[in-house]
Design a protein around this ligand. Structure first.
Ligand SMILES: Nc1ncnc2c1ncn2[C@@H]1O[C@H](COP(=O)(O)OP(=O)(O)OP(=O)(O)O)[C@@H](O)[C@H]1O
Ligand SMILES: [Mg+2]
Length: 316
């Protein structure tokens, strides 16, 4: 393992029983110690499966996984002690209080006595749940449950924290609160692996990301580099009216165009020769009596990049 990597995965493959294609189809990951790493992908891309494998919840059918110099096949117990997982579905017990939940998760991680009590108090404080510590979780809002679920993953002071879409369905305040807490933990040395489909949060939180689709990584690296590297090939066109089907087909069939995505009056085209494609698009629109309101080439946001690479829109 490269000395600066805390997570190194090679060729991870996982097919669920009865599935016709692998959920994870050969994923390699190299995540540096202390990184705030993002994993992006549309629904069903394989984010949760990848995280489940990397956090030792699920065994891959094949592939190698090295976490902090430990081999997942041999050192699972030790690995579980240094990683924390905040799952996509909040896994807290509704009939227990916040404190009881944390006591339970702490005990499951092998904590006891004063150390357990100190950690529970610390986690309640981090989640700003101290005043609600002895209320049953079923009385909590979605955002409060998320905050509790987040600190439940932290109870044993893991070196690496995996978070699976931790801010879905919560109000902006709790979301901001989660960002700030994670940034703090990251700057004090915790490695964070964060899956999301919110582009803005990944752009602000993570310096490095992987974009996965259909179980494989389709782009990987520093966010800035990636946007620069890929945006040169993408053209976005806004029209005064929705393009008719025949025109959509003509656009998709233009030379050098490898993908086109239409959305009402806007479409995005990926081209190996963007200058030529821009000319072709202008000509097609003129022939069809459609007006171009704007035409952008380059300067892509991560969101546009994601769409152009995966052909998928974001959720919500
Ligand atoms: N327990 C399971 N049994 C069978 N198939 C599964 C199971 N879990 C996931 N899958 C399938 O595996 C693929 C990858 O799923 P996964 O949950 O890893 O994707 P994801 O990127 O986390 O999606 P989402 O954004 O919806 O959470 C999907 O096609 C999904 O239907
Ligand atoms: Mg998922």
């Amino acid at each position: 393992m490269a000395h600066d990597c805390i997570i190194e995965a090679q060729g991870l493959v996982k097919t669920y029983p009865g599935a016709d294609r692998p959920a994870v189809a050969g994923i390699d990951l190299r995540i540096k110690k202390g990184a705030f790493y993002g994993v992006l992908g549309p629904n069903g891309a394989g984010k949760t499966t990848t995280l489940s494998i990397c956090s030792g919840l699920m065994r891959p059918d094949s592939g190698l996984l090295d976490i902090a110099g430990l081999d997942i096949r041999k050192d699972l117990t030790e690995i579980k002690g240094i990683i924390g997982l905040v799952p996509q579905e909040t896994a807290v017990y509704p009939t227990l209080t916040a404190r009881e939940n944390l006591l339970y998760f702490g005990a499951m991680q092998g904590l006891s006595g004063d150390r357990l009590k100190t950690r529970v108090d610390y986690c309640l404080d981090v989640a700003r749940l101290t005043p609600l510590a002895d209320k049953r979780v079923e009385t909590f809002s979605g955002g409060l449950k998320r905050r509790l679920s987040l600190v439940a993953g932290l109870i044993h002071e893991p070196k690496i924290l995996f978070l699976d879409e931790p801010t879905v369905g919560i109000d902006p305040q709790s979301r901001l609160f989660i960002y700030e807490s994670l940034k703090k933990m990251n700057s004090s040395g915790m490695t964070i692996v964060y899956t999301s489909h919110y582009m803005e949060e990944v752009e602000t939180l993570c310096a490095e990301i992987s974009i996965i689709d259909r179980g494989v990584i389709i782009a990987e690296g520093r966010v800035d580099d990636m946007v620069i590297r890929h945006s040169g090939s993408v053209i976005e066109v806004r029209l005064n009216a929705p393009p008719p089907e025949a025109l959509r087909q003509k656009v998709s069939a233009l030379p050098h165009v490898s993908g086109a995505l239409f959305d009402a009056k806007t479409f995005t085209v990926k081209s190996a020769k963007p200058q030529q494609t821009i000319g072709d698009i202008m000509r097609l629109m003129e022939e069809s009596n459609l007006n171009i309101l704007s035409l952008c080439h380059g300067g892509l946001s991560l969101e546009k990049l994601f769409i152009s690479l995966t052909g998928a829109k974001l959720r919500e």
